[in-house]
Design a protein around this ligand. Structure first.
Ligand code: ZN
Length: 283
């Protein structure tokens, strides 16, 4: 299944990308894609419902804004330094176990929303990533059972203000949490439709390729991450885990490159679709 959401920010409706019908409105199912939906086997229930009601579902117009494919989650957990070449470009050593940090859930945005820079930002940077959405309450889960706990995969850009991240108190959260810093989607793709062990990820700034990586190079893979993170916290249905970024971020360049108003960032992953942000002045 491929889910998406559409409509104005905060008032999105649930949609489904159907094999024949294309983008359809499934509001009549009566549930949006959040904790209650994922935590009650919503994906399977929606699939059964759609099989019976496909003919009654209106199509979604091409001019509709695409929102994030899920409701605001309880948390967004991110993994730092999870590709060897990226660890090297940031000057870090290879981590002996996953390095985790949190991103504010209010950073969540649609995949084509404009991004106004945080006030005073001089070092806003990009990070294309594979993200996953939790499908079932998870605590101390075994690696071999990871797939029972994942509802699907989505494309994310883990925007990062490097000055706020590294020079303003010594913890990542300030640099990762600004509004719009977590564009997610367009699609949430269920695990049966995608192999994330070998997935290409690309990102361009103003048309110039900056990141060209593959999840085959992850240090800690998806099963390891789901198990490891659940050792330290309860993961709720609808929570997001973003798995880290390949090399090619702006701060790793010589000289470093950071985003400025007028820049356009676009990125893509096989089977997950593409995202794009115009960078704007602060508001
Ligand atoms: Zn990241």
């Amino acid at each position: 299944m491929k889910l998406f959401r559409f409509g104005d920010p905060g008032r999105e409706k649930p949609g489904l990308l159907a094999p024949q019908a294309g983008r359809v409105d499934v509001s009549a199912f009566g549930e949006d894609y959040g904790e209650a939906f994922f935590g009650s086997d919503g994906m399977a229930r929606l699939q059964r419902w759609y099989a019976e009601h496909a003919a009654e579902c209106p199509s979604v117009g091409a001019d509709e804004r695409v929102g994030p494919p899920i409701l605001r989650p309880s948390k967004i957990v991110c993994v730092g330094l999870n590709y060897r070449a990226h660890a090297a470009e940031t000057g870090g050593k290879l981590p002996p176990e996953p390095m985790l940090f949190m991103k504010s859930s209010t950073a969540l945005a649609g995949p084509y929303d404009d991004l106004p820079l945080p006030r005073g930002s001089r070092k806003t940077d990009w990070e294309v990533e594979l993200a996953l959405v939790i499908g079932k309450r998870a605590r101390y889960i075994e690696k071999a059972r990871w797939s029972e706990y994942v509802a699907g995969f989505a494309l994310m850009n883990d925007y990062s203000e490097r000055e706020h991240q590294k020079e303003r108190g010594g913890q990542f959260v300030k640099g990762k949490s600004a509004d719009g810093f977590a564009p997610l989607g367009p699609l949430l793709v269920s695990p049966d439709e995608i192999d994330v062990s070998r997935l290409g990820l690309k990102l361009r700034v103003n048309g110039q390729i900056m990141q060209d990586g593959n999840t085959a190079d992850l240090i800690f893979d998806v099963p390891t991450l789901v198990s490891h993170i659940s050792e330290f916290m309860t993961l709720l249905p609808g929570d997001v885990i973003s798995t880290g970024t390949p090399e090619g971020v702006g701060m790793g360049r010589n000289p470093p490159v950071f985003l400025k108003p007028g820049d356009v960032v676009d990125y893509e992953a096989e089977l997950l679709g593409a995202g794009r942000q115009r960078i704007l002045e602060s508001v």
